[in-house]
Design a protein around this ligand. Structure first.
Ligand code: F6R
Length: 366
């Protein structure tokens, strides 16, 4: 049942190339630069006339929403807000019939997300779901939606659901961008080709496993971890920290790298491992100066870098190489080593990786 892997989580991490393919298959014609999503076509006016898109979700799905915010605003030029469902539903939020709400949920049963959807509908918004579990409550409650095709996710820590959510959301953003004309036909073609290449690049990224295991053995007893990223990779830093917290019980925080100097830098000393997403494209120079700030305070730097990188290697204690990607899709690849890092650390600490304490796969109570 675990397909030869020790845990469901590891199996699911390794399934990502395949399930990402399953998720985009039939939804794009790369050569023609076409995104085919009937669930968007059927409600195209709603999307094109929307004042804004509000994304509601919890946990890892909320992180996928944050990545989507960057993609939607960058490519489709539509304003996006990303909300914790639990905050949104109790805030007396301003919702109108000109809003499109996208609810993201692996299980499709998360109580707060479901309640946020009901509230949005009551206020006349159009609600679109991105769910993994077919026929789930959220899939049924939304006006329309698209499934991620991740297959059953058994490990409590979400892995393949996250990357397939980003895949669906990127397709939606590209669909809207093509309808609005905010990206050219050739750009669209190039971006779809890039999406098509992601399974191969993730396959490549998974090869860091042994090296990540070695790094894990060095830092497994750390009391704290920091995760830093900028732009598209800020949400990846949040997700890396969440994975480590939930399965290894090590306190970890994700931060936008530039926020360090506004407080968290006080935490840095030789006991503090800092995972920095420092791939090329997107604020590379800025990230290098953030790394220097950490290094000069003796923090231990574990950097995720683009293959062949020399500049970060010269500064970091450890580098983990991943294939080069466009900035917009880099979260799909950069997440992989962070999933593996949390996995190996948790295993080395003797934690129950697939069923961490205090957590449930579906959070059906608020
Ligand atoms: C993290 C995790 C949780 C879920 C959250 C939302 O690994 O599993 O944070 O992401 O409970 O769940 P769904 O996506 O089912 O709504």
């Amino acid at each position: 049942e675990k397909g030869g892997y020790d845990h469901f989580m590891l199996k699911e991490i390794h399934e990502q190339p395949e399930v990402i393919k399953d998720t985009y298959r039939g939804r794009m014609i790369v050569n023609e630069g076409i995104v085919k999503m009937a669930s968007i076509d059927d409600h195209l006016e709603k999307f094109l006339n929307a004042n804004r898109i509000i994304i509601v979700a919890c946990g890892t799905s909320w992180h996928a929403g944050l990545v989507a915010e960057y993609i939607f605003e960058d490519l489709a030029r539509v304003p996006v807000e990303v909300e914790y469902a639990s905050e949104f539903r109790y805030r007396n939020p301003i919702i109108t019939s000109k809003d499109v709400v996208i609810a993201i949920s692996q299980s499709g049963e998360t109580a707060d997300t479901l309640a946020a959807i009901k509230l949005a509908k009551e206020n006349g918004a159009f609600v679109y779901g991105v769910c993994n579990v077919v026929g789930s409550s959220i899939a049924r409650e939304t006006n329309s939606g698209a499934y991620t095709h991740a297959g059953p996710e058994i490990g409590v820590a979400s892995t393949k659901a996250f990357t397939t959510q980003i895949t669906v959301l990127a397709l939606i953003a590209l669909k809207l961008a093509s309808e609005k004309g905010t990206v050219s036909k050739s750009e669209l073609h190039q971006k779809l080709a890039e999406l098509e290449s992601m399974p191969r690049k993730i396959e490549e990224a998974l090869k860091v496993d042994d090296h990540v295991k070695y790094i894990s053995s060095i830092y497994k007893d750390a009391a704290n971890f920091l995760y830093l990223g900028r732009g598209y990779n800020f949400p990846v830093a949040l997700e890396g920290a969440l994975k480590l917290k939930e399965i290894s019980y090590i306190h970890a925080e994700g931060y936008p790298a530039a926020e360090m100097k506004h407080g968290p830098i006080a935490l840095i000393d030789e006991q503090m491992p800092v995972v920095v997403i420092a791939t090329k494209k997107g604020h590379y120079e800025k990230i290098i100066s953030n790394i220097q700030e950490i290094k000069s305070r003796s923090g231990k730097i574990i950097a995720i870098v683009t293959e062949g990188d020399e500049d970060v290697r010269a500064l970091a204690d450890h580098v983990i190489e991943v294939p080069e990607t466009s900035e917009a899709l880099s979260p799909l690849v950069n997440t992989i080593p962070l999933q593996l890092l949390s996995y190996h650390i948790a295993v080395m600490r003797g934690c129950n990786v697939d069923q961490p304490r205090n957590l449930a796969k579906s959070v059906t109570v608020e």
